[in-house]
Design a protein around this ligand. Structure first.
Ligand SMILES: CC(C)(COP(=O)(O)OP(=O)(O)OC[C@H]1O[C@@H](n2cnc3c(N)ncnc32)[C@H](O)[C@@H]1OP(=O)(O)O)[C@@H](O)C(=O)NCCC(=O)NCCS
Length: 179
């Protein structure tokens, strides 16, 4: 179910609430993000990851124009903050790209799949996106599964993307979902 005002959309699933990140999330973000197994699968997360990084991330998220780009905090009904999901774009003409991460204690429970499916339903039905891109590092089989289950298809393109945590390029298999 989606309750959406454009300025602060919220998405509800069976176990999760996807909502705007808040300053009060910073300690939980830093605790879960300060994990190389998480950060090294993303392009933008630094490692190590401290509370100041989390505060900067929340500020940047809050400054986004939600008509163009958006970040959601993933709040679990029992555990509270467990991770993030967002739709961002590098270049103005490029399609939005889906990205996400969950803290390690919450892996393997279908939560990324649950969040991704609900977020894509919102993005295609309420946010008006017809094309959503994503990609995963070639060594990230879990994320490949999440994206495939959500309906993404491989474009065949493999981009070199810089990972801050790895401090180097990673082969990134690009995918697309057409609504
Ligand atoms: C990728 C990530 C979000 C997955 O979260 P999750 O909640 O564990 O994912 P789900 O449980 O919804 O689904 C994961 C799927 O991958 C499978 N999987 C998990 N680890 C795997 C592995 N090492 N090899 C192959 N498949 C794997 C699971 O079995 C599951 O598939 P299934 O439902 O068909 O069994 C989580 O591992 C994470 O945050 N990783 C670090 C950050 C990251 O990779 N972000 C994405 C960047 S593209």
């Amino acid at each position: 179910m989606t309750t959406a005002t454009l300025s602060a959309p919220e998405i509800l699933t069976e176990r999760l609430r996807l909502r705007r990140p808040q300053g009060a999330d910073a300690p939980a973000i830093a605790k879960l993000a300060n994990d190389f197994a998480v950060a090294s699968m993303t392009t933008r997360m630094p490692y190590p990851y401290g509370v100041e990084d989390a505060r900067a991330f929340v500020s940047l998220s809050q400054a986004l124009d939600p008509r163009q780009q958006i970040t959601f905090a993933l709040e679990h009904r029992d555990a509270g903050f467990i991770g993030c999901l967002g739709f961002h774009r590098g270049a103005a003409a490029a399609p939005v790209e889906l990205g996400y991460w969950l803290g390690r204690p919450y892996w393997g429970k279908g939560l990324a799949t649950e969040a991704t499916r609900a977020a894509l339903k919102w993005a295609t039905q309420d946010w008006g996106r017809r094309l959503v891109a994503s990609g995963h590092f070639a060594d990230n089989a879990a994320s490949a599964n999440v994206l495939i289950k959500a309906g993404f298809l491989y474009t065949g393109e493999v981009q070199k993307r810089f990972s801050r945590a790895r401090y180097g390029d990673a082969a990134t298999r690009m995918m697309v979902l057409i609504a």
